[in-house]
Write a protein that binds this ligand. Structure first.
Ligand SMILES: Cc1cc2nc3c(=O)[nH]c(=O)nc-3n(C[C@H](O)[C@H](O)[C@H](O)COP(=O)(O)OP(=O)(O)OC[C@H]3O[C@@H](n4cnc5c(N)ncnc54)[C@H](O)[C@@H]3O)c2cc1C
Length: 385
């Protein structure tokens, strides 16, 4: 059996493809006045009203059971939605993590009471979650987390710190990976996941400003935060297995190859004009399209594994590693193209979009697991480690 058998190419079923047109019509109208430099933020763009509008359309939690307010559709339906949101540069950052991984995690590991409480508002676009995995000395080496929850009569006392937490300053909840027994030398043992209400006393959230000037991720401090017993999600001590299942959702989507797509589209629009059309630009357009097309097919293949209830961690790592490479190539190659031209010919909006994407591009291969870590996983998947 070839190591690549697990990425058999597939097609999106027609009933899911049918979602594209209504979504496009909605996005065309909703985003008609939004400039490309803003749309380029896409899944980092924070707009709770937009999330609520998607919730009203039934486009959040589309894979979740109708009993909890979800759409009861397959992972392919979500793929189509997400692909359209990214292609148009829709500001989907508010609900992104809740829809992508927190709600599926709660569905899989939560109690019935937790499902009933947390999932319906996620599907309505009213409840936002962040990921509390990384700490100052536990990024790639996630098993060395030190944040600790200690049992009390009523539940848990939480102490410690998380970092790089996307949108913590806007979210109601964090799903945190914490130590509930042993110490950090025990590595994967003794880890659990807790749902932390970020409005509780003892929680301090401090935004961090990134290269682009945005403050979209944060430091989060826990100082004797008192949690109820039902803050535990899943089984105590099973946090490592749960977090790995969550990472399959986190790494498998088209967002890992479409982060520069708004810039690519804006540049293509320029290349289609007489002033923008040059032989080298046409060659570059073909080069980028030929890299994106097979990656998209691979990403759809990963989605098929999700529809079968599998957890395609290695395949998702492969697509993310290659995909973020193309995402980073796009702004660099477009910058080379534009700066070889007469500056008066280049639209300002295109330059501003390029500037934003260039500033955030280094993060593409860090967030969700660095390139080195993904390559280690791929090597293990190929039986080389
Ligand atoms: C935009 C953005 C958003 C993020 N959002 C979140 C979030 O919402 N929640 C969250 O929990 N985290 C988040 N992160 C954190 C992200 O997951 C970590 O930055 C990442 O896991 C790397 O950890 P680190 O920064 O501690 O770097 P380190 O782990 O210190 O790594 C530094 C360098 O060493 C390399 N390295 C480390 N270990 C090895 C090894 N064993 N073999 C080879 N090379 C190695 C790495 O590849 C990297 O190049 C976000 C990060 C970014 C950039």
């Amino acid at each position: 059996m070839s190591a690549l058998d697990s990425l058999t190419l597939t097609a999106i079923p027609p009933e899911d493809e049918a979602l594209r047109e209504p979504v496009r019509a909605f996005l065309r109208e909703a985003l008609q006045d939004v400039p490309s430099r803003v749309r380029a933020k896409s899944w980092s763009g924070y707009d709770p009203a937009f999330s609520r509008a998607l919730g009203q359309k039934g486009w959040l939690g589309i894979t979740l059971p109708p009993a909890y307010g979800g759409g009861g559709r397959s992972a392919f339906a979500r793929y189509v939605l997400v692909e359209e949101f990214l292609n148009w540069g829709a500001p989907v950052g508010s609900h992104w993590i809740a829809d992508r991984q927190s709600a599926p995690l709660i569905l899989r590991y939560g109690t019935e009471a937790q499902r009933q409480f947390y999932i319906p508002p996620i599907c309505r676009g009213e409840s936002f979650f962040c990921i509390g995995m990384s700490e100052p000395n536990a990024g790639s080496d996630l098993a060395s987390v030190r944040t600790r929850a200690t049992r009390t009569e009523a539940g848990w006392t939480l102490n410690g710190q998380k970092i790089w937490t996307t949108n913590a300053h806007h979210c109601q909840y964090m799903i945190a990976l914490v130590r509930t027994s042993g110490d950090f030398g025990d590595r994967q043992k003794g880890l659990s996941q807790l749902i932390v209400d970020l409005s509780l006393p003892g929680v301090t959230v401090r935004p961090i400003t990134d290269l682009s000037g945005d403050s979209h991720f944060c430091e989060v401090f826990f100082d004797n935060v008192q949690l109820q017993a039902d803050a535990l999600i899943g089984a105590e001590g099973k946090g490592w297995e749960q977090v790995n299942a969550e990472l399959a959702f986190e790494r498998s989507g088209p967002e890992r190859l479409f982060s520069s797509i708004v810039l690519f589209d804006e540049w293509l629009a320029f290349v289609r004009t007489p002033a923008g059309r040059t032989p080298s630009a046409l060659r570059l357009a073909g080069k980028i399209a030929s890299q994106l097309a097979p990656l998209r097919a691979m990403s759809v293949a990963v989605t098929e594994k999700l529809t079968r209830g599998e957890s395609p961690l290695v395949e998702a790592a492969l697509v993310k590693d290659l995909g973020t490479g193309v995402e980073q190539f796009i702004p660099a190659a477009i910058a080379d193209d534009l700066f070889s031209r007469e500056s008066a010919d280049v639209p300002l909006e295109l330059l501003q979009t390029l500037s934003y994407v260039t500033h955030v591009a280094p993060s593409f291969s860090l967030r969700g697991g660095t390139r080195d870590i993904l390559r280690g996983m791929i090597a293990r998947g190929l039986g080389l480690r």
